[in-house]
Design a protein around this ligand. Structure first.
Ligand SMILES: NC(=O)c1ccc[n+]([C@@H]2O[C@H](COP(=O)([O-])OP(=O)(O)OC[C@H]3O[C@@H](n4cnc5c(N)ncnc54)[C@H](O)[C@@H]3O)[C@@H](O)[C@H]2O)c1
Length: 300
């Protein structure tokens, strides 16, 4: 199969390299020429274990890099959108890069293809992209939501051995294209979870918000331990021993950070507001996340 991945940042590059390594012919597209030049020399612009070696062993046979979108999507069965969705001032996701790529692909496509939303986007974005496609495309384009769950630092492992592969579409052919594409990562057991685009979009934010909430909750418990004389380490082990709860994301610390949790939790609260649904638990997790740093400053 031949695909293009538009946006060669963390997610796009990992996805592109992993698909290429599994036998797919991939072109990674970006607007940043300097980044593409580095990649053609086998240099990855961020640290991710194993990624540079994977890029080097697949370039140029199965993995190439280009800034020419028209050439890159020509003859490709699927085009992934993996550009950034940074926060607007109010916390909502800025969709301008996603919608721009969707419009460009729609205008330039000269054959039927599947447009895959890999970027993290709020519920309703698939419908917005479909509207853009309907306006500009001259050939049939199916829009599929396929959120990414990799974490930085273990991205290749997460991509190649995912807990689940979420595919939001009601188009049979598009689903079949993605099923074939993901087949190398789906051998041990069936990890494909097919659902509506709306559900797929919500899964990504709900997952990150659930993990962030676990962190904030445990930090509150740690504060109670401090105040009341408990030992949070004993509490953590005993609470985590309940298999319904588990040990992951139960470490007390400075709160959640990184490139996704803060922006995705805020975006989920914002999406709730748009739909008239108060996301009170997530809002509390965000608010509680400020406390550990304030506490640390007090101790300095
Ligand atoms: N980084 C993570 O751990 C992670 C995990 C899961 C999901 N996500 C989501 O995936 C998306 C991408 O995140 P990222 O961390 O890879 O972002 P990134 O900033 O590392 O990469 C985005 C890339 O897109 C390029 N780009 C922007 N506009 C373009 C255009 N019109 N054409 C071609 N390329 C263009 C940029 O130059 C950049 O290289 C975001 O929605 C993010 O929330 C990120």
């Amino acid at each position: 199969m031949k695909i293009a991945v538009v946006g060669s940042g963390y997610v796009g590059l990992v996805a592109g390299a992993c698909f290429a390594d599994s036998g797919t012919e991939v072109v990674c597209v970006d607007v940043d020429e300097a980044k593409l030049e580095k990649l053609r020399r086998g240099e990855v612009p961020f640290f991710e274990p194993g990624l540079a070696a994977m890029v080097q062993r697949n370039w140029p046979d199965r993995l190439s890099f280009s800034s020419n979108l028209e050439e890159s999507i020509s003859g490709r069965q699927a085009v992934f959108i993996a550009v950034g969705t940074p926060p607007n001032e109010d916390g909502s996701a800025d969709l301008r890069y996603v919608l721009k790529v969707a419009e460009d692909v729609a205008r330039l496509a000269k054959h039927r293809l599947v447009l895959v939303l890999k970027s993290t986007v709020p519920v309703g974005t698939n419908a917005k992209v479909r509207a853009v496609v309907e306006k500009f495309a001259t050939h049939p384009i199916a829009v599929v939501s396929n959120p990414e769950f990799l974490k930085e630092g273990d991205a290749i492992n997460d991509f190649a051995k995912p807990d689940r592969i979420v595919i939001g579409t009601d188009d049979e052919d598009a689903f079949e294209t993605l099923r074939r594409l993901y087949a190398p990562f789906n051998r041990q057991r069936d990890r494909l979870q097919r659902m509506s685009p709306e559900s797929a979009e919500i899964v990504k934010y709900a997952s990150n918000a659930m993990l962030a909430t676990k962190i904030s909750f445990m930090n509150e418990v740690a504060r109670l331990c401090d105040a009341a004389g408990g030992d949070v380490e004993d509490v953590r082990i005993a609470v985590g021993s309940d298999r319904r709860i588990g040990f992951q994301f139960l470490y007390p610390g400075l709160g959640f950070g990184g490139s996704c949790f803060p922006k995705d939790t805020r975006a989920l609260v914002q999406t709730g507001q748009e739909f008239g649904v108060e996301m009170g638990v997530v809002a509390a997790a965000i608010s509680a996340n400020r406390q550990p740093v304030l506490d640390m400053v007090k101790h300095l």
